[in-house]
Design a protein around this ligand. Structure first.
Ligand SMILES: NC(=O)c1ccc[n+]([C@@H]2O[C@H](COP(=O)([O-])OP(=O)(O)OC[C@H]3O[C@@H](n4cnc5c(N)ncnc54)[C@H](OP(=O)(O)O)[C@@H]3O)[C@@H](O)[C@H]2O)c1
Length: 332
C-alpha cells in the first residue's frame, strides 16, 4: 500500500519579512524503503531562527536551501520501518528530517534518544541545539566568573532562558532583555533571573542602566541592532561578548549601523561570534550537564506548541516576531 507524506517546501525567497506565500504544502507518495534506509514518523518539528537565513539567496552562516526543497528542520520521531542494521521499529530518533510528516534517512545524522527520562520534545530545545548553544556561548566563550554580571537578550527564548539559568548556577548575576512585561515577569519570577529589561517599554538606555548597577561583564547577544548599541554603553573593562544571533536583522532590508563600537576599544572588550555546529566536540561535555540540571529542576523550560504541519509557516513567522515563549515547536 502506498503511504502519503505531507511536506512543506520553500516556494519562493522572502524579500524582507517572511510571508505565508513563501511556503507550499505538498502531498506526495512515500517512496519504497531501500536497503540501508530508515523510515521515521516525525512527531515534533523544531522551528529555529537560523531557518530564515537559509531562505535567502545569499550566503548566510549556513548554506541556502533551494526553491522546491523541503524546509530544513530538526525533528524527533519514531522509526516505523527499518532496513538499517542500527535502527529498529519503535526507536525514538533525533534527526534533521525537515518540515514533513515522514522522513527517510540513510542513518547518517540520525541518533537514538532515550525518551524515558525526559520528554521527547526536550531534545529539540533545552537538551538539544538551543541548550548546547547556550552552554557553549556562555561557558566556553564568555567564561563568566562567580559574582560577575551576565546579560542576555531574547532572554525568554529557547537559548536565552538557558543562558541566564546557567549563569545563576555559576554564581553570576543574571539579567535578561525581553519584549514585553509578561516575558520579563516569566524570566524573573519563574526562571530566577535577577532582573529583566523590557526593551519594548521605550526606555531602553535608562532601564539598562538601572538594572545593571555594576555594568556588564558578559553579554550573550541574540538580537543585535539598537539593543546591541545600548548594551555596548554598559560594558565593563575587559568584558566579553558572545555573538550568538542577530535576529533583529534577519528580516531587515537595510542592516542597522551600530554607533557605539568605540566601547569595544575603550573597554578592551573581547567579542566573538560562534556557531554551535563548529563546536561538536563540546556536546559530550555540555549535554550531560544540561540533562542533570533539567532532571533536578535547576533549569526550567517552556515550550510554545503549534498543532499540525500546516501551521508551521504561521508559527515560524510568529517566532521571528517574538510570539513564542520558550522553545517554538510544531506537534506533527
Ligand atoms: N550561533 C548559533 O549557533 C545559534 C544557535 C541557535 C540559535 N542562535 C541564535 O540565537 C538567537 C535565539 O534563538 P532561539 O532559538 O532561542 O529563539 P527564541 O529566542 O526562542 O525566539 C526568538 C526571539 O527573538 C526575539 N526577537 C525577535 N525579533 C526581535 C527584535 N527585533 N529585537 C529583539 N528581539 C527580537 C523575540 O523575543 P522578544 O519577544 O523578547 O523580542 C523572539 O521570541 C537567534 O538569534 C538565533 O539565530 C544561534
Amino acid at each position: 500500500m502506498t503511504m502519503e507524506n505531507q511536506r512543506i517546501v520553500l516556494a519562493s525567497r522572502p524579500e524582507g519579512w517572511v510571508t505565508l506565500e513563501n511556503f507550499r504544502l505538498e502531498k506526495i507518495a512515500l517512496p519504497r524503503l531501500q536497503d540501508g534506509g530508515v523510515l521515521v514518523k516525525n512527531l515534533w518539528l523544531s522551528l529555529d531562527p537560523y531557518m530564515r537565513g537559509r531562505m535567502n539567496e545569499g550566503k548566510s552562516y549556513a548554506a541556502k536551501q533551494e526553491i522546491g526543497e523541503v524546509m530544513i528542520g530538526g525533528t524527533v520521531g519514531e522509526v516505523v520501518e527499518s532496513r538499517h542494521p542500527k535502527f529498529a521499529k519503535g526507536d525514538k530518533v533525533l534527526g534533521m528530517l525537515g518540515w514533513q510528516q515522514y522522513g527517510i534517512s540513510d542513518g547518517k545524522g540520525l541518533n537514538k534518544v532515550d525518551a524515558s527520562r525526559v520528554p521527547l520534545s526536550a531534545y529539540l530545545g533545552v537538551l538539544g541545539m538551543p541548550g548546547v548553544t547556550a552552554w557553549v556561548g556562555l561557558l566556553d566563550i564568555c567564561q563568566p566568573k562567580a559574582g560577575e554580571t551576565v546579560l542576555v537578550s531574547a532572554a525568554s527564548g529557547a537559548v536565552g532562558s538557558a543562558v541566564g539559568q546557567i549563569a545563576k548556577l555559576k554564581g553570576c548575576r543574571a539579567v535578561g532583555i525581553a519584549g514585553g512585561k509578561a516575558k520579563c515577569d516569566y524570566v524573573v519570577d519563574e526562571l530566577g533571573f535577577d532582573a529583566c529589561v523590557d526593551y519594548k517599554a521605550g526606555r531602553l538606555n535608562d532601564d539598562l542602566k538601572a538594572a545593571l548597577p555594576d555594568g556588564v561583564d558578559c553579554y550573550f547577544e541574540n538580537v543585535g541592532g539598537e539593543i546591541l548599541d545600548a548594551v555596548l554603553r554598559r560594558m565593563n573593562a575587559f568584558s566579553r561578548i558572545a555573538v550568538c544571533g542577530l535576529i533583529s536583522q534577519y528580516n531587515a532590508t537595510e542592516p542597522y549601523g551600530v554607533k557605539t563600537l568605540q566601547s569595544i576599544l575603550t573597554n578592551r572588550i573581547r567579542m566573538q561570534g560562534f556557531i554551535v555546529s563548529d563546536r561538536m566536540e563540546l556536546w559530550p561535555k555540555a549535554l550531560p550537564e544540561l540533562v542533570g540540571w533539567v532532571a533536578s529542576g535547576r533549569i526550567k523550560y517552556r515550550e510554545t506548541i503549534a498543532q499540525g504541519l500546516q501551521n508551521a509557516p504561521k508559527a515560524f513567522i510568529g517566532l521571528l516576531k517574538g510570539e513564542n515563549l520558550g522553545k517554538q515547536l510544531v506537534k506533527l
